[in-house]
Design a protein around this ligand. Structure first.
Ligand SMILES: [Zn+2]
Length: 240
């Protein structure tokens, strides 16, 4: 990594290194010039502890993951989360229908339903990101005079959607509380998104929450539009 690419997880100041190697097995954690605390205490921690702190939405843990590691799984994670979401919608679609017809034609249709749901979930996620990024571009770029680090922000948003993985156990262990669980998962993902934006831009909680709300609004608009449009994938399959 380049010089000053790291960040202090406590005060968000740039740092040249996380630790110094004095040879003979002696390593020393770098102390931040600005806040006099260790630049990144998490380099000594077990990944499970870091994950727990990230789930608790601690800004220090999120700064460690986003700035001081080269975790590069965001696109794979995004596809996996979309598959989880598509599976949830697909299972809800057929959960209410009688499943007595074993004909192959039905199975074929159901497979296409799954692809349709995947496409729809991807479209809604794009709408969410567009809403968030456009809002931040307008506020940070124009009003606050800063430049928006698009690639960093996109990586942070994609990584912070990891909570969607919880949709799978929610579907598998289906019970009366499922709608509540799904609502809580959605809320958790939105809070994670908001924390990720806050960490990347070092902004106020209000700004990041507003960005997430606008993203949610744009996602809902796209979802409603897709339901009402006559050329939806589901209709195309039904008409054939
Ligand atoms: Zn510091």
């Amino acid at each position: 990594m380049d010089k000053n690419e790291f960040r202090c997880i406590e005060c968000n100041e740039k740092a040249a290194e996380l630790h110094r190697d004095y040879r003979n097995g002696i390593l020393k954690i770098t102390i931040c010039d600005s806040c006099q605390k260790p630049v990144d205490k998490y380099i000594e921690y077990d990944p499970v502890i870091i994950l727990i702190d990230a789930i608790l939405c601690k800004t220090q843990a999120i700064r460690h993951i986003l700035f001081n590691t080269s975790l590069n799984i965001h696109w794979k994670l995004c596809v996996f989360c979309l598959l989880c979401e598509a599976y949830l919608r697909w299972s809800l679609l057929h959960g209410s229908e009688p499943s007595s017809d074993p004909a192959d034609f039905i199975r074929y249709t159901r497979e296409w339903d799954f692809y349709g749901k995947f496409g729809l979930a991807a479209l809604e996620l794009c709408a969410f990101f567009c809403g968030v990024l456009l809002f931040l571009w307008a506020v940070v770029g124009c009003l606050q005079g800063g430049t928006l680090q698009l690639s960093l922000l996109l990586r942070a948003l994609l990584l912070s959607c990891y909570g969607k993985v919880l949709l799978i156990p929610a579907v598998i262990w289906e019970h009366d509380f499922s709608p509540l669980c799904l609502g809580l998962i959605k809320l958790f993902v939105l809070v994670s998104n908001s924390q990720a934006i806050r960490v990347i831009l070092n902004s106020s909680r209000r700004l990041s929450l507003m960005a997430v709300c606008l993203g949610l609004l744009s996602e809902t608009c796209v979802a409603q539009a897709c339901k009402k449009l006559p050329w939806s994938i589901q209709d195309m399959i039904t008409f054939e």
